[in-house]
Every structure is written in structure tokens, then in C-alpha cells.
Design a protein around this ligand. Sequence first.
Ligand code: FES
Length: 578
Amino acid sequence: MAEEQAKKKLRSQEWFGRQDKMGFYYRSFLKNRGFPQDQFDGRPVIGICNTWSELNPCNSHFRTIAEHVRYGVLEAGGFPLEFPVSSLGEVTMRPTAMLYRNLAAMDVEEGIRAHPLDGVVLLMGCDKTTPALLMGAASADLPAIGVSGGPQLRGVYRGQIIGSGTNIISMSEQLRAGEITLKEFHEAEAGMNRSHGSCMTMGTASSMASMVEALGIGLPTNAAIPAVDARRNELARLSGRRIVQMVHEDLTPTKILTREAFENAIRTLAAIGGSTNAVVHLIAIARRIGIDLTLEDFDRLGRGVHCQVNLMPSGQYLMEDFYYAGGLPVVLRDLAEAGLLHKEALTVNGRTMWENVREAECWNREVITSIAEPFKPDAGIAILRGNLAPKGAVIKPSAASPHLLKHTGRAVVFENIEDLHHRKDDPDLDIDADCIMVLQNCGPRGYPGMAEVGNMPLPQKLLKEGVRDMVRISDARMSGTAYGTVVLHVAPEAAAGGPLALVRSGDLITLDVKAGSLHLHVDDAELAIRRAAWVAPEPPMDRGYTRMYVEHVLQADEGADFDFLVGKSGSPVPRDNH
Ligand code: FES
């Protein structure tokens, strides 16, 4: 009887449960694949939301993962139907995959809402696919479970371990400095990406996969199982089984993605030395579900949390090592035992966070250090404010040079990315190691899409002198695999008329991470004169999606979502199409 009641509630029955003309349409067209009548009898219909694409190498194994999800759904008595959504490949998309995150989130939300689905399994991997799918699923608010594709195996080059992004940046600077040959460079390319999966450093993909686990919207161990490890397929299968139960329990994202869950995620992000990009994405996801997450939350909760994970770009190991050392459950257990986690937060398996992690064991304290002897103390993402960033900016202290965390320097300003590329290696550029490089017009509206260009390459002449880090400030983002003393996400951005647009070469700027301040030493009267003379840059496109993006994108401190996408509307059944 209880089962009958559950069946009656299923959303998919509004399509498949009808014994009329429309029921004929809905069932008959699917029967072309050989589905028998009993598949339409009221069992949960599970969408497998797939971001597989040959243009997104990090998600290229997702057909296999989807098959394992399918087995799990069938085993639990569900009816699996796989569907594609936009796939955002970080390295292949130009000008930046972030420009399309909101488009993909719309695709996911509307794809869920338009179809006869009762629950969804979200297959995500490369950086932007994770927030896009979570944002869309949060707004649709049908039962949803996240399955990450997993990181690649370690990169290996001439016997050395190399990490995604991190060593690309260091080796390209070595090449520019004349320290390695082009032949060596090409050899390293082949050794870095030697298996399926996402970047295997604690970059944005791994940070967001960790957020899936910390938020409780994915099963335990989701973050770190390598993509090609059989246990990744097992996790997919178990997720397929679990989503069917979640439909019966009506366990929707609203019940999982609570403020407590986001607070757990923020502290976890600090403890793993995670990507600055996660700040923008977590805020965007939270606002979809009605939680007003702010930069202050990151400051309040992340401050004082130690980085426990010795992974590139902050450390030396890679995601594979993290998994073998015990993975994210160890970090979550340590945080919970230290009183830094909401233990009672509900997760997708129906258990609390604490129930999931209390028996986690660490097998290698060099990779996952203890809170008592952390890899890097007090390493949460720091929020900066001041007259240069009235609505905030971020910096990742764990990836910065300690001696630059308090620094005053002379600004060297680049008006946009083209200006940077054009002048950075000019031998006559007036710059030294104490200067602060400032990049304008690379924020959400300015680029557009807030590209990962904030970790500006250092001028070649300084590289040749042995300089490896300088303070850099912009309204852009940076890859989670990158490192350096890089101030990002300055808000409001230059293209929106923020004070960043008013900085001129020669101005003095003070960065003080401990004090949380970013100050431009120019008085208000002079800034007012500059503002009066400021002219907003022309939008790069006057039609289509880019136009919509520029007109509706919010600033970084609000998650860079579209103003009209904030919030959720659930998944009411749309009217018939005939
Ligand atoms: Fe896809 Fe790094 S480029 S995860």
C-alpha cells in the first residue's frame, strides 16, 4: 500500500501513467528502444544527466560511468534514461568555460523540468560542469545525487611526478626563461595527461568534487577515487541504486543543501587548500536554493582553519595519493572532531555527515596531515576589502609567497589581457620584483566570463633574474591549479566601474592579508577626477548569448550567476505539448 502511494506521487506518471492519447505518445515513442510496458508502471524514472563530450577530455569516460549508474538504477527497480547537457571543457573552450557555466546550468534546469523525471544523477568532472549541474539541479529541486568523474592518475615525466596545470605553469615559465628545451616541454605534455579523468592536482575540478562530498550531495569518497580505479565505477553504481531510494524518500536538494551544508563546505575548502573558484561557485549554488551565502561567511568560517592536505598546487602530492591516504572522509572526520563541522548535516545516503565519516582512517599523515600538525596553518581563502575592492576580493594564502602577504608596491597597470600580452615581455617595461601587476577588464562583464588570467605570467626579464612570484591583482579568476600571491575577483570589476578601473601605473597599493585589506594610496578627490574621466569599455558582442551574459551577469561576490536565475522554482509538470 505504501508502495502504491509512493507510485501515485511520482512526477513521471503525469506522462507515462496516462491511458489516453498523450499516454500513447509518451510511452510509444520510448518503446522504439524495446522498453516493455512494465517500465512505465510507476517505477522511478531516473535521468542520468551526462556531460560526456569528445570536446571535453576530462569527461571523456562518462559513457562508461553512465553505464554503471544505469546498472545501479535497474538493480534498485528504477527506469534509467540518459540525457546530454552542455559539456564545458576548461582547456578547449574560448574565451573561457566560465562564460558558459550559467548557460549549462539553464540547460540542466530546463532539461530536468521538461522531461518525465523523478530524480537525476549528475555526472560531472571538468571544472565548470560541477557547479553548472548543481546550480541547475538546485533550482529544479528534484532528488539529485552527484557523481564526479574522478581525477587522472599522477602525471609522470622523466621519473618525476608532475601535476595538471601546476607544472604546465612552472614549465612554461622555465621554457620562457630558457631553462628547458621545446623537446622536453613536448615530452612532459604526453606524460601529464596519461589517463582519463580531471586534473589531478587540488585544482578547481578536485576542489568542486570535494565540495560535492562535503555538501553531502554525493556519496562518501566521491572526491578522490581516480577516474580509472574500479571503485569509481562502483561508486557510480551505488549512486544509481541510491537515487531510486531518494525518490521514494522525496530527498530533494533543499533538504541536503542547507546553510549547515555550505558551512561544512567552506571549512572543508580551507582544509584542503581548495580553489578560489569554489568561492564563486558555492555562492552561486547557495543562492539558487535560497541561502544567502556571502564572502563574510568564507572569512568567518575559513579563518583559522588549517590546510591539512599536502597536494599541488600548495604542496607536493596529487589526488591519487590523497585517495590512498584515506581521502576526504579523513579530513571531514578531523574537522568534525575539532568541532568545525555540522555533524548532523544530512547527506544523500540518508545518513548524517558524522555517521558517514566517523570511522574514516588515515593511512598516510604526510599526505593528509593532522590538525595538530597541519601542512599549512591558517590557510583558508582570505577575503580582502578596501578602497580598491569595496565589495571584496579573494586570495589563497596557502598558494602565495609568505613574504608577500604584507606588501606595498608600485602598480604596473595593464588595461586588458591584450595589453598584458603585448607589453609583459617588453625589455623597456618599467617593472621590478617589488612592483604590483594590476590587470583590468577581465571580470564577469569585462572579459566577458571572468577568465582564469589573474595569475599573470611574470615579465621575462624578471624570470631571467630568478623572480618567481610577485603580487598580482585583477578582477579575473585563476586556475585552481595555479599558485602565487594573486589577488582575484576584485569587486566591483573594472568594466562595471569599480575602483580597479581607476588605478594608474605608479600608484602605490598595499596588500595586507592578515588585516584583510587591499588599499590604493590615492585620495578620494583624485579618484573622483579619474572617475569623471572614465569611459566604460565597449561590450565585445552586441548580440546573442554573450550580450545576454553581459547584461545579466552578477558580480563575483554574488556568484557571477544571472540576476534572473537566482532562486529555485521546483519542477512543476509542464502542460502537454499536443
Ligand atoms: Fe578539465 Fe582541469 S581541465 S579538470
